[in-house]
Design a protein around this ligand. Structure first.
Ligand SMILES: *[C@@H]1O[C@H](CO)[C@@H](O)[C@H](O)[C@H]1NC(C)=O
Ligand SMILES: *[C@@H]1O[C@H](CO)[C@@H](O)[C@H](O)[C@H]1NC(C)=O
Ligand SMILES: *[C@@H]1O[C@H](CO)[C@@H](O)[C@H](O)[C@H]1NC(C)=O
Ligand SMILES: *[C@@H]1O[C@H](CO)[C@@H](O)[C@H](O)[C@H]1NC(C)=O
Ligand SMILES: *[C@@H]1O[C@H](CO)[C@@H](O)[C@H](O)[C@H]1NC(C)=O
Ligand SMILES: *[C@@H]1O[C@H](CO)[C@@H](O)[C@H](O)[C@H]1NC(C)=O
Ligand SMILES: *[C@@H]1O[C@H](CO)[C@@H](O)[C@H](O)[C@H]1NC(C)=O
Ligand SMILES: *[C@@H]1O[C@H](CO)[C@@H](O)[C@H](O)[C@H]1NC(C)=O
Ligand SMILES: *[C@@H]1O[C@H](CO)[C@@H](O)[C@H](O)[C@H]1NC(C)=O
Ligand SMILES: *[C@@H]1O[C@H](CO)[C@@H](O)[C@H](O)[C@H]1NC(C)=O
Ligand SMILES: *[C@@H]1O[C@H](CO)[C@@H](O)[C@H](O)[C@H]1NC(C)=O
Ligand SMILES: *[C@@H]1O[C@H](CO)[C@@H](O)[C@H](O)[C@H]1NC(C)=O
Length: 511
């Protein structure tokens, strides 16, 4: 650990100046309220990789990518459990296997620009990469786009067998296809392809894998189904239709997955309008509430998962919207709001060159700091008596978001985001909003931890709880960039906390 002296002046400059305005009051129930979420699974902040990029991120059995594995470990330590890694995506549905290829992955040449993730070629040396991340769990996607009739293709079977051998007992579930509602548009199926057709194919795929790839399958294999794309029409493709058509006929569905991007195109997208906008985030995510309630009412404990999540699909916005600090604030907001409406797990998507990727080959990117904050919000206490529940606190302002976190019956943490735009290019002093937050009677002090960055459009110098992480061949290197310990005394049952524009805080009750 060697503090980077060069960064110190920058972060010191960001120390808040107090504004004179009345504090914004946030009243938080000391005990868990009725409308809080159900107990949060500690693996909520999980990960996902586009199949074509995974080997690069993972390394293989003899040359593991220690940078990646250390970042996964950092998050796992924070939540006190294993995270689940989903490997899939369009590249997994559209690739093919070449037995005589020596390298793990070959990009299509020439590339087809409108089909960026299509037609990658996978060789046998891809699969040892799956032996890594040996403290995590895996979801392996069964491709369905090129099904043979209703059945798994030979290519899919071959790859699945190799994958299962290497994943071994880390397998949590198999996933049935990817974004099947797009198969027709992708030219893979007929005009009338619908939920019923997908369900028939998915059930045949369950049967095929259990008969033909069963040497490394656990006896009680479970599946994640649906994997609808982010722009799916809920009136045509939804959870109830799939269950009515028999998706859980064999009783082996453990989770349904929907994909989520705040926007799937760049038109009209800006940081402020699209991501640093609590109203936009909560209103779009709220569309899942009926789906979740429907599953919940069935009482058979099937999880609702967001299985592939990113801010905006728009490579041209990588440095402007996706990979900057403002998008990190969105990431926290979207994750905490999802948790509050009973989403069970969120798989934050990664891939080579993806702007919203939490890290790449050489850098820890702003979204990682957001996931780290969410992980600390959940905490590492996995004991039954400390079941973690979250409640969204409506503040009626597009740029403000707040959440309360309970362990057992008592308020432990509050997260507040100030998404008013501050840009490092602006002149003058960075405005600070003051908040008066009620705390339980037993709390005399709180600790304030900050998600900080120079401005909404900055990609560098982001820190969480006083720390930034940089690349190291033997694993990410933690650097302390400012004092993380900020203790605030409660006065008359409230704590006063200043949050500069474009910053987030986690307030930990101290007892
Ligand atoms: C919060 O509580 C304080 C003190 O009880 C009260 O004055 C204030 O109106 C409340 N604010 C809101 C937004 O409910
Ligand atoms: C792992 O990758 C390294 C470097 O790319 C390569 O030399 C080695 O043969 C690979 N090992 C396996 C088991 O594939
Ligand atoms: C498979 O890989 C080998 C070795 O790289 C290559 O010569 C061959 O053309 C590939 N086959 C196809 C169908 O791409
Ligand atoms: C995919 O690549 C293979 C060679 O590797 C080629 O034969 C095939 O035509 C390509 N398919 C598409 C849809 O581009
Ligand atoms: C897990 O992977 C790490 C490298 O990432 C390796 O050092 C360790 O030996 C592995 N443990 C097991 C049980 O395979
Ligand atoms: C495994 O597959 C073989 C056929 O390849 C089949 O005979 C056997 O019953 C299967 N075992 C299980 C446990 O499903
Ligand atoms: C779910 O989808 C089916 C068609 O697959 C449709 O008939 C039904 O109305 C949809 N349900 C809702 C709530 O939109
Ligand atoms: C924030 O999102 C809401 C809901 O989508 C939208 O009505 C509003 O115009 C957005 N705000 C800005 C500044 O674009
Ligand atoms: C989440 O689950 C809890 C506990 O079952 C329930 O009280 C609450 O209404 C649910 N929230 C939503 C948005 O469905
Ligand atoms: C990785 O991300 C950093 C910024 O977060 C960027 O500067 C760099 O170009 C990226 N590298 C690659 C290979 O995409
Ligand atoms: C759990 O988190 C707390 C608070 O951050 C920390 O003090 C403690 O050391 C952690 N425990 C473990 C086992 O990591
Ligand atoms: C920050 O400033 C840059 C340069 O002037 C500008 O391109 C960018 O849009 C600004 N960001 C926001 C969120 O307003």
């Amino acid at each position: 650990m060697s503090p980077l002296k060069a960064f110190l002046p920058l972060t010191l400059l960001a120390i808040p100046i107090q504004s004179q305005n009345q504090p914004i009051s946030i009243n938080v129930s000391a005990n868990v309220p009725q409308e809080a979420s159900w107990p949060v699974n500690h693996n909520f902040p999980s990960l996902a990789w586009e199949k074509s990029s995974f080997a690069q991120y993972s390394g293989n059995s003899t040359h593991p990518n220690l940078f990646s594995s250390s970042l996964v470990s950092i998050l796992q330590r924070k939540v006190g459990t294993s995270l689940t890694i989903r490997i899939g995506g369009t590249s997994a549905d559209q690739d093919h296997y070449n037995e005589s290829q020596t390298v793990p992955v070959v990009k299509p040449n020439p590339p087809t620009p409108d089909k960026g993730l299509w037609n990658y070629s996978i060789g046998p040396s891809y699969f040892p990469s799956l032996s890594n991340f040996n403290t995590s769990k895996f979801i392996w996607m069964l491709p369905m786009a090129h099904a043979r009739g209703l059945h798994m293709s030979e290519d899919a079977l071959t790859q699945t067998k190799l994958a299962l051998t290497n994943i071994g007992d880390k397998l949590e579930m198999l996933e049935l296809g990817n974004e099947p509602n797009l198969y027709h548009d992708q030219g893979m199926r007929g005009n009338n392809y619908g939920v019923g057709d997908y369900v028939k194919e998915a059930l045949k795929h369950e049967e095929d894998v259990e008969l033909k790839a069963n040497s490394s399958l656990p006896t009680n294999v479970k599946y994640q189904a649906l994997a609808y794309d982010s722009a799916v029409n809920h009136h045509e493709w939804n959870t109830s239709a799939a269950f009515q058509d028999g998706i859980n006929k064999n009783g082996k569905i453990e989770a349904v997955s929907w994909h989520y991007y705040q926007s799937i195109a760049s038109r009209g997208v800006t940081l402020r309008n699209t991501l640093m906008n609590h109203t936009a985030t909560t209103s779009k995510l709220s569309r899942f509430i009926p789906e979740i309630k429907w599953l919940n009412d069935r009482n058979d404990k099937i999880d609702f998962v967001l299985g592939e999540v990113g801010s905006v699909i728009a490579p041209e916005l990588a440095d402007v919207v996706q990979g900057v600090f403002g998008a990190a604030l969105w990431t926290v907001d979207a994750m905490l709001y999802s948790m509050s409406i009973n989403v069970t797990r969120m798989h934050m998507q990664s891939g080579s060159g993806f702007g919203y990727a939490p890290w790449n080959r050489t850098d820890v990117r702003p979204p990682f700091y957001a996931i780290a904050m969410v992980a600390d919000f959940i905490g590492n206490d996995t004991s039954a008596g400390s079941a973690f529940r979250i409640k969204h606190l409506g503040l009626n302002d597009e740029t403000l978001a707040a959440y309360a976190g309970y362990e057992g019956d008592s308020l432990e943490r509050v997260a507040v985001l100030n998404m008013e735009v501050w840009n490092s290019t602006m002149s003058g002093e960075r405005p600070v909003k003051r908040f008066g937050i009620s705390v339980p009677k037993s709390v005399e002090k709180v600790e304030v931890k900050r998600l900080m960055g120079p401005g909404a459009s900055s990609s560098g110098d982001v820190s969480w709880d006083g720390v930034k992480w940089v690349y190291g061949k033997e694993g990410a290197v933690e650097q302390k960039v400012h004092n993380s310990s900020e203790i605030v005394d409660a006065k008359a049952g409230r704590v006063n906390v200043g949050i500069p524009d474009t910053e987030g805080v986690l307030i930990q009750m101290l007892r």
